[in-house]
Design a protein around this ligand. Sequence first.
Ligand code: OOG
Ligand code: MG
Length: 257
Amino acid sequence: MIGPDTAGIAERLGVAADTATAIGQLAAETGLDVDAAYAVQTALIQRRLDRGERLVGLKMGLTSKAKMAQVGVDEVIWGRLTDTMRVPDGGSVDPAAFIHPRAEPEVAFLLDRLPEPGEPVGDFTDAVRAVAPAIELIDSRYANFTFSLPDVVADNASAAAFVIGPWSPVPDGVENLGVVLEVDGRVAEVGSTAAILGDPRRALDEGIRLAGRHGVRLREGWVFLAGAATAAVPLRPGAHVRAVVEKLGTASLRASA
Ligand code: OOG
Ligand code: MG
């Protein structure tokens, strides 16, 4: 049997991102299952590495019910972050560089040395050096932000850009911190880090386990996004977006007009 055309699908997704042009879903048409979709994601990221980008971290997706409900996919997924996706805290992005960008509040971990594959993570404070509030910009390359599980996996879990606020030493607990997403000074979404698999630390365990299945090891110095605690909101031209996480502070970004 001839499998799906991994390189061809990755190229279609890559061009869609590069040109900010939506494409139709492709998993059903190409017979892509979840494993094959992660192979497409690997090829899609390789395309970025080939033009000089560097891997800087991992992002989890659909770790909260709010997110699962918003996109209609109820499996935890992961994607890769590269250096060019990072926007400085308080910096701006051009929404026209994306198809239909959405902003969501996240908690970021700065990874320390992680155990060998198969070994338990052990103490969270050994695995994580610092914690920060963050904003993720997601931008599905599929028309209408509509996709199946293999579609979104192939599309690098809709990753587009991210902002990391100031790093803090790991607080006593990160499992029930209030989260607010503000747009132009108005509250758009409210939640708690408890929405992230009950405790965002669990997202790290899941990330290690799920990425490990595909031969990806998390590295010291990487950024880890645990997944949004609330639904995402559309990023409109000129908008100022702020994510506030209790005890951790704020991260912000501006969309150019
Ligand atoms: C998939 C990415 C989900 C999160 O934090 O849950 C994600 C999507 O919503 O398009 O990044
Ligand atoms: Mg996210």
